[in-house]
Design a protein around this ligand. Structure first.
Ligand SMILES: Cc1cc2nc3c(=O)[nH]c(=O)nc-3n(C[C@H](O)[C@H](O)[C@H](O)COP(=O)(O)OP(=O)(O)OC[C@H]3O[C@@H](n4cnc5c(N)ncnc54)[C@H](O)[C@@H]3O)c2cc1C
Length: 288
């Protein structure tokens, strides 16, 4: 049996030094790492526990942006007044990642680095145009989340590098946001389709801001720019929303798997985008 070392550094610098060694990999909450190790899908000679590093866990405003430290747990995000006020759908999604135990252990950085096409915070962070700040022994660099995600379980992270924080511009005061997902089993649910939406209307009812992102329907979560363009600058009504929902369906590239067929997933994209946009526009389709 291969031996496994466990190190618990007290600072980012020490973590980066430990992660520079061959076979070292970070662990935060362990809610993805431990099941994957059991299944033989995660290999490491040394696990570097970054969850106890104090300056990786926070939600704060920096230079007009909201910054979230990578080991911030889903529970901390749910409880953050700043996230509730200026990126409400991020608080909503964090509150449905697994059950309470998973939310208490699991971190935002872990959800991102795990890069599952069904990772629930990812469409929300794409809709927020999130940027990642990455740190290693060689220094720091920043990357848009859209460029970081490369495929199922694949990212642009370099060996020895960790996500230090995630940051994004807060939504405008008048913008509304929503996260919807369809899955098979509460608590252990892996999204079959997820949808993150932002809608802001001006005083005349025209769409000032619109963002539509999808999860679990392509190798990585995706933004639907064509669907957004259909709505932007126009007075919102049911017909326009239907056109945007159809464009979102067309943008999705799902696969058949044990949880759902590709055709069913495409259909659900249209249903959830239509339903969510109608709810945000006050056109009366309630979600449950
Ligand atoms: C019962 C259960 C239910 C779940 N339900 C959901 C769900 O509904 N939705 C959902 O999206 N996920 C779900 N998950 C998956 C998991 O809880 C989340 O992905 C969680 O956010 C992972 O965070 P973590 O801190 O536990 O990551 P870890 O398991 O510690 O790490 C995950 C991966 O990220 C890497 N990593 C961690 N932190 C960093 C960092 N700062 N920089 C670079 N790499 C890093 C690790 O090396 C590893 O590859 C569930 C898991 C369980 C066990």
């Amino acid at each position: 049996m291969q031996s496994l070392e466990f190190k618990s550094p007290g600072s980012i610098q020490e973590a980066c030094r430990l992660l520079d060694a061959t076979g070292s990999r970070p662990i935060a909450g362990g809610t993805d790492v431990i099941p994957q190790m059991r299944d033989g899908r995660f290999q490491a000679g040394t696990l570097v526990d970054i969850s106890r590093i104090p300056d990786l866990s926070y939600v704060k405003q920096i230079n007009g942006e909201i910054a979230i430290g990578s080991t911030t747990t889903h529970t901390m995000i749910v409880d953050s007044p700043l996230i509730q006020a200026r990126a409400r759908f991020l608080a909503e999604v964090s509150g449905i990642v697994g059950g309470v135990q998973t939310q208490n252990r699991g971190t935002l950085g872990g959800n991102i680095a795990n890069a599952s096409p069904a990772g629930d915070t990812l469409p929300v962070l794409l809709a927020l145009d999130a940027t990642l700040d990455l740190v290693s022994q060689s220094g720091e660099r920043s990357l848009a989340l859209a460029d970081f995600l490369r495929g199922p379980g694949r990212t642009a992270i370099l060996s020895g590098e960790i996500i230090r924080q995630v940051r994004f511009a807060p939504l405008a005061q008048g913008a509304q946001s929503l996260f919807l997902r369809l899955g098979n089993r509460k608590g252990m649910l892996i999204s079959v389709v997820s949808v993150a939406l932002v809608l802001e209307l001006d005083a005349a009812g025209r769409v000032r801001d619109c963002r539509i992102a999808l999860g679990a329907v392509a190798p990585t979560p995706i933004r639907c720019r064509e669907a957004e363009a259909i709505l932007l600058g126009r007075p919102v009504d049911a017909g326009l929303i239907e056109n945007a929902a159809a464009a979102a369906e067309a943008a999705s590239r799902p696969i058949d798997d044990v949880r759902a067929s590709a055709a069913y997933r495409r259909h659900i994209v249209r249903v959830l985008v239509r339903r969510g946009l109608k709810q945000l526009a006050g056109l009366g389709e309630a979600t449950s």
